[in-house]
Design a protein around this ligand. Sequence first.
Ligand SMILES: *[C@@H]1O[C@H](CO)[C@@H](O)[C@H](O)[C@H]1NC(C)=O
Ligand SMILES: *[C@@H]1O[C@H](CO)[C@@H](O)[C@H](O)[C@H]1NC(C)=O
Length: 253
Amino acid sequence: MKVLFLLAKPIALVAITFTSTSLLILFFQPHPSPQRPDSMARSFVLWLHGLGDSGPANEPIKTFFTSPEFRNTSWSFPSAPSNRVSCNRGAVMPSWFDIHEIPVAAESPKDENGVLKAVQNVHAMIDKEVASGTNPENVFVCGFSQGGALTLASVLLYPRTLGGGAIFSGWVPFNSSIVEHIQPDAKKTPILWSHGMADGTVLFEAGQAGPPLLEQAGISCEFKAYPGLGHSISNAELQYLESWIKTRLQSSS
Ligand SMILES: *[C@@H]1O[C@H](CO)[C@@H](O)[C@H](O)[C@H]1NC(C)=O
Ligand SMILES: *[C@@H]1O[C@H](CO)[C@@H](O)[C@H](O)[C@H]1NC(C)=O
């Protein structure tokens, strides 16, 4: 039954989130923004979904990013490959790497080798975007749950400074030895970490373990705790993400 819990819950809650989003957008669109920047350098937002989910199912997230600063933003919602997942008794489903136990706690065993392989694929997606002319400091990697854990590993192990990494309801998916391999430029990438305090799937304590580890490595991290929020993404989190990215967008490419 844990399979159902883990899969069905995030999808159902994300669907609810989108319904209320469309209403908000309808209400707020008639007011034009006073200062419209003439041109924005190209930016790139890569969104990594959670276990058992798919990239296309998460595409409505971009409807939150209505500020004019985002009109030169390209989005990517890749889908994870199908893999056996230990915590779901070996069932095959979209999964970036293996998860041994649910709920995920701070001390849960980690599939570090699987994470490192998934990180290579994420780096290839970023490299392709940078090769096509996007300033790496206009590249933002964001992810939910397993995708949030992969976001953390991907931005920390990327050799250059990125615009930012945003982790929602995620955890630290590697052993602390990886911290020694973080290059100086990667340490300048800002991290936003959001976690629901009522999360029963990836425990709040698993999220709380992140910031001290980052601080120890000299990486700046903003941690936001959401009281009453379970294992899902709320409108408030996405609205904050929009402003967080907006203030970090570079005007030059
Ligand atoms: C988008 O970004 C590219 C490269 O940074 C730039 O050449 C182009 O003028 C921008 N377009 C808009 C509409 O701002
Ligand atoms: C990381 O720790 C796990 C236990 O959580 C262990 O099984 C694994 O071998 C370790 N990985 C590496 C590369 O040291």
